[in-house]
Design a protein around this ligand. Sequence first.
Ligand SMILES: Cc1ncc(COP(=O)(O)O)c(C=O)c1O
Length: 438
Amino acid sequence: MTRDLTQTRALFERAKQTIPYGVNSNFRYWGDDDTLVIPRGAGAHIWDVDENRYIDYRLAFGPIILGHGYGPVVERVSSAIRDGTLFAWTTPLEIQVAERIARMTGVDKVRLGNTGTEVTMHALRIARAYTGRERFVKFEGQYHGMHDYVLFSTASTPASVLGCRRSPVNVPTSSGIPDGIRQYVINLPFNDVERLEETLEARWQDVAAIFVEPLMGNAAGIMPRPGWLEKIRELCDRYSIILIFDEVKTGFRIANGGAQEHFGIQADLVAYAKAMGNGFPIAAIGGKEAVMSVLEPGAVAHGGTYTGNVVGCAAADATLEILETQPIIETIYERGRRLMDGIHGTLTQAGIPHYVTGLPPIFGFILGTEEEPLDFRAYQAGDGALYEELIMALIERGVMPDGDGREPWFLSYSHSEEDITDTLTAFEEAVQQVKRSI
Ligand SMILES: Cc1ncc(COP(=O)(O)O)c(C=O)c1O
């Protein structure tokens, strides 16, 4: 079975003439043969330019919580933008969105932005300004966006260069990052209480913030061990360090109140983006009153021409209203649970060692081991090549998770019971295909 990708490849060739590597984000480049060009999506499905249909589990790396082109969101945006999109004054819509976020997540104060990168960058500045300290802790395999400070030992870093886990090496994810920045970052393995305690005991005076994705949204959805997030909270309190939850992937996805609600931990600052706008560019920093109050004009810089623009705000207003008033996330959990169980069942029956990680709205699995991966190093001990082969066999059958096992499967409200049934059928066939090759 091979899809016809004639038009796709021709258009991708054209893209490369003017766009470096034919993509506007390096994460989208799958090589000359497999990078798709997608003109449209509807609900849980997307189509390439050759009209091959896929049940979409990448969901643009997480934002699509309701479905592609979701009617009520599109209508709210279309109607709002007729009256203009940008005024460089506060709009009533911004106030309403901030109120919704505060009500749903329990944060006191909210500032809006456009992308995850933008709000994690500002969150770090706020934490530094509040504490008067400059360094911060992050965890290996966690990704917080494209600004220089956080691009060390991310999910793109091979385990072989991370160094000894007692003294991890900060590995830049990219050329072009000034070497001096390395000194501000302390990377540690996720879920390792002992390493974190030791590090803070020795260095807390310098540490402004602990940045954490509460579950590893860029490493197969690896879960926090019971007590891990509580320990981080306790240590932040003990040493007056700002706890920043990066909820760009978990926010408005694993619960209406995100990871704070799901795990029952209140952070000091929280970064939101993705699901809050169902695919429109909108992001937010939420936080405790005392911490957010440093954003005083003339004191701590935060701004941007497009922050609070009408397009993103109208999308967030509609998306959050739907999440607040309809059983969206509950439904996603039910269908996602069925999918996770089905995947586990099929792999078990085929005798392929595996471990399924994450939560139904954002989950992953690791092949080649039955041990729960607890950090990024453990994740990389899995069989990534077999995973990719399996996913490519699935894509041939019209089911589209990301080919890289670090990127979780995402579900939307538009994934129907029928989509799940079709996915599980395709999964069984794909497993049989790769089983023949191992
Ligand atoms: C946890 C996390 N933080 C931040 C970002 C950056 O968000 P954006 O791509 O909107 O800049 C991402 C993107 O995937 C992410 O997964």
